[in-house]
Design a protein around this ligand. Structure first.
Ligand code: CAA
Length: 386
């Protein structure tokens, strides 16, 4: 059977960075609560001229520059921080990226799980027509109320993946375990810019979805626990993935060490929760940070509040390291501009009415920017800096 999976993967994040040490000091909280208790160091914050579209298109651009646009028949844009109720974020990205008009473009939503639904759908489409390629973009801005427990777990980022036959990075294996349950753990009503969350319930729902998905995965013939070499889980904050592995160890009776997932934390500790992109930012960090992955099987656990969990596996391809972009993410993280807490709070509180035309200030150095509203429609443009 032809291997199908992730041929290329690229990560982009936002212009600003907020240090959780500063946030802790201002909130009179021990910084160790954030750094150790949550496992987070900083979070990315979009400038006024950035959003899910600019980050998503910026993540996809290096992939298209390397592999061209031919044969990309599908663009899946996964997000839970959509900028329009009707038009897909993918449609804006399709235009910015100069993709072929003979393509299906759609936005997919189920909280943080959307990108995995997109990846699996892309794999299925390529299985049907192995000459075609699919572009999956996962992009999100995680926002909680100021001074709420969720605030230190905010973040922003996007991951783009090219799904093809005979992939260079990771073959996605066919067996998947699923667990869906209607739970009110986390949601964002249409009239809110921040999420509503029951923190304790959300962690319980995540862990229940993990064991449910694992049981289904095994019942369908998925690999036994001792044939899984690495773990890559959704990371609303990296400590959550440690809780997940500990739960899976108890559930299966296996001795699972955090060393199996430590490398997946490097980027999410820095960018914060990137919702749909989080698990794939974990994969990006694993591929960049662990030199010994060829032929190894990764167990993925994807979670989306509301709630669904999916457990699936992928096998890293021989020669994968020759297809990475060494240092690219580190440079992007390093280039972020620190922002004062006062300016962060002002950006957080800013409202942008959708019925008045406006122009955004030029701030971002990313390849694309959100220019404002004209005729009440969102305008995006290529920046001059790249
Ligand atoms: N030094 C070291 N650790 C410390 C500490 C200190 N001084 N003070 C506290 N801690 C530890 C606590 O022991 C705790 O660790 P354990 O859970 O391992 O015991 C950790 O820091 C957090 O402390 P609290 O439980 O007191 O934290 P909190 O109640 O203030 O907030 C939270 C935690 C509920 C997760 C909150 O950040 C939140 O609401 N986050 C958003 C929701 C979320 O991310 N849920 C995760 C599952 S849902 C999901 O995955 C979807 C998604 O993306 C949102």
């Amino acid at each position: 059977m032809t291997a199908i999976g992730i041929h290329d993967l690229s990560l982009a994040t936002a212009h600003h960075v907020v240090d959780l040490g500063d946030l802790a000091t201002a909130a009179d909280v021990d910084p160790a609560k954030y750094r150790v208790g949550l496992g987070q160091d900083r979070f990315s914050l979009p400038s006024a001229d950035e959003d899910i579209v600019t980050m998503g298109a910026s993540a996809a651009l290096p992939i298209l520059e390397r592999h061209g646009r031919d044969g990309i028949r599908t663009v899946f844009f996964a997000t839970e921080s959509g900028i329009d109720q009707s038009k897909s974020g993918g449609m804006f990205a399709h235009g910015l990226l100069g993709l072929d008009p003979r393509a299906r473009v759609v936005e997919i939503k189920q909280a943080c799980y959307g990108a995995t639904a997109a990846l699996q759908a892309a794999v299925a489409l390529v299985a049907r027509a192995p000459g075609e390629r699919a572009l999956v973009i996962a992009s999100d801005v995680a926002r909680y109320d100021l001074d709420s427990p969720g605030e230190p777990t905010q973040g922003a980022g996007a991951v783009a993946m090219l799904v093809t036959a005979d992939p260079a990075l990771v073959e996605i294996e066919p067996v998947s375990g699923l667990n869906a349950a209607d739970v009110d753990d986390f949601w964002r009503p249409n009239d809110r810019t921040t999420a509503v969350v029951d923190g304790g319930l959300s962690m319980k729902a995540y862990l229940d979805a993990l064991t449910g998905a694992w049981d289904d995965f095994r019942a369908r013939g998925g690999a036994p626990i001792d044939e899984i070499d690495r773990f890559c889980a959704h990371q609303p904050f990296t400590k959550m993935a440690r809780k997940a592995l500990a739960r899976l160890a108890r559930h299966t009776g296996a001795d699972l060490d955090d060393a199996m997932q430590e490398a997946t934390f490097a980027y999410n500790r820095e960018i914060g929760n990137a919702y749909t992109a989080s698990i794939y930012a974990g994969l990006a960090a694993l591929l960049d940070g662990d030199a010994d992955l060829a032929g190894r099987r990764i167990g993925f656990f994807s979670y989306g509040s509301g709630a669904i969990g999916e457990f699936f596996t992928g096998v890293v391809r021989p020669g994968y390291a020759d297809h990475l972009r060494p240092g690219a993410v580190a440079a992007e993280l390093e280039a972020r501009e620190p922002i004062s807490l006062a300016d962060y709070r002002a950006l957080h509180a800013a409202v942008s009415p959708s019925d008045e035309d406006s122009e955004t200030p030029r701030v971002t150095r990313a390849p694309f920017r959100f220019a404002g509203l004209r005729g009440r429609a969102r305008q995006y443009e290529r920046t001059e800096t790249r």
